[in-house]
Design a binder for this molecule. Structure first.
Ligand SMILES: [Zn+2]
Length: 353
């Protein structure tokens, strides 16, 4: 058993704090700038949601402002800053919109509990190494996209925040034709990936420890920032697309260059990560996207990627709207294939291969 990389609690299965990611037919993993995910109230049926147009962003309510403002001031150095001096926390230029994240959270402190909005967020989950191997000492953040409870928390989900652009907290994600939800898929793949990584010696932090209808989020800022908060080597956000039904396969969003958020180093390293991940998926017999080519797409419209200070990628692992890809998503063996492909890609990235 390897000691955890940073702090005793990291090695424990600490379910601590929180945050989140993404979106609408997940072709745009995070719903567009000024639109919000439409949400049904039925719990088990959040999936087939097309984003609906929404008027301009609303200003945070007084209570929300208070909540968010209280956060940064309590934290000495919450913001990630290890990827470059031009990647600060996303609070400086959002106008009336404010960031929402876990300023006080660390695997050791468990802080953040006092923030009212955290009561409805899953906590991050930390799992130390279960074996030893060439990933000894590595720290990986895995973000299982969305949350099955997003569809039942529409008011919270549709609040707007600043992440280098105006975005809502999170979206409901997509689903297969039979109703298997992206949030449930990503959570299962994340756990399978976690098992592979920890067995190889890594410590893994998941951005959410559950997939339940009584919680929502976390918001995309918190998901993207978590890697920097825990000083991770890399972060990967797992998603599935809701693309054209005739199209198949995986593609990856990487951070696009954006002043104040993504510098050249972060952008370049993230593309290297994306290339390794796509190769890993391919080695598992999974194909690259037939409808988004090239399969690596630098994008400044993804808040999760903008705010991150570690190399990061949003992986649209397959297309849930396609019948063949849906069969992969809905089978345990298929999800294991995806997890194995992600594992190989992350491993090769971390080893510099
Ligand atoms: Zn998604």
């Amino acid at each position: 058993m390897k000691p955890a990389r940073s702090g005793t609690a990291l090695g424990l299965l600490g379910a601590l704090v929180v945050v989140a990611t993404v979106a609408a037919g997940c072709g745009a993993p995070e719903a567009g700038t000024a639109r919000s995910a439409s949400v049904k109230s039925g719990a088990g049926d959040s999936a087939s949601l097309a984003p609906s147009a929404k008027p301009s962003p609303t200003k945070p309510t007084p209570s929300a402002s208070k909540t968010v403002e209280a956060a940064p001031s309590e934290s000495a150095s919450p913001a990630p800053s290890d990827t470059g001096s031009d990647a600060p926390a996303p609070a400086s230029d959002g106008g009336s919109l404010e960031p929402i994240w876990y300023p006080n959270w660390s695997p050791d402190s468990g802080k953040g509990e006092a923030q009212p909005w955290l009561a409805l967020w899953p906590r991050p989950m930390v799992v130390g190494p279960t074996g030893s191997g060439d990933l000894d000492g590595k720290l990986v953040v895995i973000d299982p996209g969305h949350n099955v409870g997003n569809s039942t928390h529409s008011s919270q989900l549709n609040k707007h925040y600043w992440v280098g652009l105006d975005k809502i907290c999170n979206t409901t994600g997509t689903a297969t034709a039979s109703g298997f939800e992206e949030a449930t898929y990503t959570f299962d793949v994340a756990k399978r990936l976690l098992a592979r990584l920890t067995d190889a010696g890594a410590t893994v932090v998941l951005t959410r420890d559950r997939n339940t209808t009584d919680t929502y989020g976390p918001c995309i800022q918190a998901r993207g920032l978590l890697g920097g908060q825990v000083k991770a080597d890399v972060e990967v956000s797992i998603h599935a697309d809701g693309g054209p039904s005739s199209g198949r396969g995986a593609f990856v969003y990487t951070p696009g260059r954006l002043a104040g958020y993504t510098n050249a180093s972060k952008a370049t390293e993230s593309v290297r990560l994306a290339d390794r991940v796509l190769a890993g998926l391919s080695n598992q017999g999974l194909q690259g996207s037939t409808y988004l080519v090239p399969n690596v797409s630098p994008d400044t419209q993804q808040g999760t990627l903008n705010v991150a200070t570690t190399p990061i990628a949003i992986v649209e692992t397959l297309n849930m709207a396609n019948e063949s890809d849906a069969q992969i998503a809905e089978s345990k063996s298929g999800r294991q294939q995806v997890a194995d492909g992600l594992f190989e890609g992350i491993r090769n990235y971390l080893l510099g291969d």
